[in-house]
Design a binder for this molecule. Structure first.
Ligand SMILES: *Cc1c(COP(=O)(O)O)cnc(C)c1O
Length: 354
């Protein structure tokens, strides 16, 4: 607390990111980064951009990147917005659409940044409980509200809603924005982007951080009706006209264009995930059905925090959320085959010793 702060800043509860330790030998399964590096063509594109042109500002519209995303998803560039990570895109979307006279709705267990943005922008919100299987019950979202946001697949549960269910929510609120955060959609769920042609109130947000291995480059995007994109552009151009630098634009375009690498690595990751899920299940863990690059698990006989500490002692990091309802769960990011094998061995040893 400082008397020099704006009064509203005193009330904020900022997001706390997962740990990024500087020790090198750790097996890092705590922040859902992709275990594989980005496509080699991304590195070539980045190198090609390193030069004296860095003295010049980047394209404020990142037109090449919008075009690459638009071509990939068969939409118009005017239906694409890009930002400095999807966190920034989400923040602009909250600012642009959710300051309404009614509270917005989101699940009580979801990406914890949503409540942080609400406090930042003075948006009131109501959380909606998940069902007993940790799923989103769409019937609970059929009521008056200022807008709706959820992640699909949801985080940190990893559970996805089918498009038909999402459509029910979108159709029930023609005068409100329904924002679906598809950060993990490439790992086995279905994107709702095709629904954008039918529903001008639907906005999808995706990221290059997970399925395209570029968490360090900070690129995210939104797809929606051109009028929603225009709203986002108004906020963006009132905040930072150049959120994506020259390297980010070049690298993200190259990532979008290397379809073979993308398909190969995401298939490998999903295969590793499904194998680890079976192994953990055999060890007595309850594993939420995942279409993401992580598993959300609990063991009926062991406390999550003690498992986490025991793993940490073996140089393996996983994520725990101190939130009622999920305090006995661990979120384990999918690493390489070898990393997941080490995790399995470590857990087997920990359970045997306990
Ligand atoms: C990782 C993640 C993001 C943020 O991604 P960035 O593009 O790296 O900012 C957004 N939403 C969810 C649900 C995530 O897990």
């Amino acid at each position: 607390m400082n008397r020099l702060w704006s009064p509203c800043i005193r009330e904020l509860t900022p997001y706390v990111p997962g740990e990024q330790p500087s020790i090198s030998k750790l097996i890092k399964l705590n922040t859902n980064e992709n275990p594989y590096g980005p496509s080699p063509s991304v590195l070539t594109a980045l190198n090609g951009e390193v030069g004296s042109s860095l003295r010049l500002y980047p394209d404020p519209d990142a037109a090449k990147l919008k075009q690459a995303i638009a071509s990939y998803y068969h939409v118009a560039p005017s239906e694409v917005f890009v930002g400095n990570g999807s966190d920034e895109v989400l923040a602009h979307a909250f600012h642009a659409f959710f300051i309404q006279d009614q509270p917005i709705l989101f699940p009580d267990i979801t990406y914890s940044f949503y409540a942080v943005y609400c406090r930042l922008y003075g948006i009131s919100f109501t959380t909606v409980a998940l069902d007993s299987d940790m799923g989103i019950r769409v019937g609970d979202y059929q009521r008056p509200c200022g807008g709706i946001v959820f992640a699909n697949p949801n985080a940190p549960t990893g559970i996805a809603l089918p498009l038909s269910e999402i459509e029910k929510i979108v159709r029930a609120h023609p005068d409100r924005v329904v924002l679906v955060d598809e950060a993990y959609v490439d790992f086995g769920a279905q994107t709702a982007i095709p629904l954008v042609q039918k529903y001008p109130n639907l906005l999808l947000v995706q990221t290059f951080s997970k399925s395209r291995s570029l968490a360090g480059l900070r690129v995210g995007f939104a797809v929606g009706h051109a009028a929603l994109i225009e709203g986002l552009e108004r906020v963006k151009n009132s905040f930072n006209a150049y959120p994506l630098d020259r390297l980010a634009i070049a690298g993200a375009v190259a990532a979008m264009e290397d379809e073979d690498y993308f398909q190969e690595k995401r298939a490998l990751l999903m295969q590793t995930r499904d194998k680890l899920a079976r192994q953990l299940d055999a060890m007595g863990f309850q594993v939420c059905p995942s279409t993401t690059n992580f598993l959300f698990v609990r063991h009926p006989d062991y406390e999550a925090t003690s498992l986490m500490s025991a793993l940490r002692a073996r140089a393996i990091l996983v994520r725990h959320f101190r939130q009622p309802g999920i305090e006995n769960y661990l979120r384990i990011s999918i690493g390489t085959e070898a990393e997941c094998a080490s995790l399995e061995l470590a857990l087997a040893a920990i359970l045997a010793a306990a």
